[in-house]
Design a protein around this ligand. Sequence first.
Ligand code: F6R
Length: 616
Amino acid sequence: MCGIFGLITNKKELPIAKLIREGLERLEYRGYDSAGIAIVNKGKIELRKNAGRIADINKEGWFDAMEGDFGMGHTRWATHGPPNAQNSHPHLDGADKIAVVHNGILENFMELREELITRGHSFKSDTDTEVFPVLIKEFLDSGMALKEAVVATINKCKGAYGIVVCHADTPDTMIVARKESPLTIGITPGETTYCASDIPAFLPLTRMAYILDDDEIAVLNPGKVAIFDVIKGNKIEREPITVEWSIDAAAKVLDGKEYKWFMHKELHEVPRKVREQVNVPQENIDDFVKTILDAEHVYITAAGTAFYACLAGKFQMTRFGGPFMTPIECSEFKDHLPKMPKNSCVITVSQSGETADTIEAVRYAREKFGAKICSVVNVVGSSLTRYSDHVLITTAGPEIAVASQKAYCTQVTALSVVALRIAEIQGKMSQEEIDKYREALIATADVGDVILKREDAIKAVAQIISKKINFFFLGRGLSMAAAYEGALKLKEISYNHAEAYPAGESKHGPIALINEGYPVVFVAPPDETYDRLIGNIMEMKSRGATIISVVADFDERVTEISDYTLRVPIENNKYAIAMSIVPFTFPLQIMAYFASDHNGLDPDKPRNLAKSVTVK
Ligand code: F6R
């Protein structure tokens, strides 16, 4: 959580403050409780920060008017202390010479703060971050140079951090360091160096990047980067990477059309991203698959939407001959598994590759029990990729809307590709059959295109139901992955209370809530669950529920007993039906988007959420 952006350049004509502010806006999905910028100007630090969103704070050009040589900014998702101006970053030392922005959580900050107070320092904020500049000042006062003072400071800190430091008296130098919180560096050699929480923040400015690893520190000068190992102290030689992602990701424009929200634009990217996912040559898919097949115990873990992608993937991998897998939410992983058996494999899924709970689960399994880690990750070079034995990269590209949608669709597609490769390696199904399933998987992208062409029909249903307070989302088997995802999407971006339940389970309690007009959404593909699901629909209908169903285009029976339907144009054959989990989830994501927009909300930045949850 929290977005960091810094810039240092010898092109003095550049509008430094405006570029930092724009960089922060591209990171606002990471947190939008408050924002601030510090700029070094002729040996002084100018600091502006306040609660609220960047656009509101900068309404009169308050940030853009700042002048100076180089600087940094921060957009906050509050952890320690309420989101007010005082707690906003950057934070300064007592002498206003050192500025620091921080993403992460310091676990021992209370201890450090008390120590510093007994030594005569005072603090202006409630944050954990403020101990950084104060400690750095102490080390500088003891005679250390800036880099050494930052190293000495982080050596005293326990917890997670991505930090940027600058000093008013150290011209043209910024220091960045990271441990368990992301930090990337962009560079236009010889001219400008950027640092940011993630790559898309500087994509419109450069495509050349370095990714900092845990326990590394870098000294940034204009157009120059020097990286050092904090533990060993040596300089690290690292080549920059060239980022292929399109910069269009940073604009709400797709195929020349301007969208009102990133979420809507990104939903319109789903079919092409799914198509890319099926066709992308994944060099190490066989190693990924063999690791799963060779393990004696397989676990699958992730957070939120990514966990629901796991549920779909688990179902498909097992259906196509893979082993039984235990799904555990990553925040529960350690607590559920005080011990792990030998020869375990953990499959994990993440858009950001930085979710703290996911990283914790993976490191726990790998470092304590020697488990092999197979990850499906969207962000190349993210922390998760470094803790994994095998990585499949998803093709979603940068996802700006906080709520995941194209990431979910590509994750499920990637795991479906794995499932089909499992079938091939196991050799229990004929190649002809497998090819038909693969064709059906490819066709899901075309189904997505048709769903989007008919999105007005989904919008009409969304507008009718958007004011309802409570919802159930029910399904059976594989469809549960869609029910969970549909309910999560509706609650997080439209703030309707929505709960997903296995349809059969709903009569063991939840049905007590049903009265006239209570909306119940059924995910009703024409698969092996269909007849029993109809029974569950009837139970709800006879108690007055309003029935909204996701059905195949050719469906008749569920259509007849539903008040509203979201229709999925799949073919009527066993291959298309088996591979239809993305097509049956997609209309629910679209419905949630339209409900949010209809309710006058901001679907891109839902209340209290951040895209990359880098705290445990
Ligand atoms: C919901 C959503 C979250 C994320 C979760 C995991 O729409 O986006 O539930 O899926 O925070 O994030 P990643 O995939 O980055 O690990």
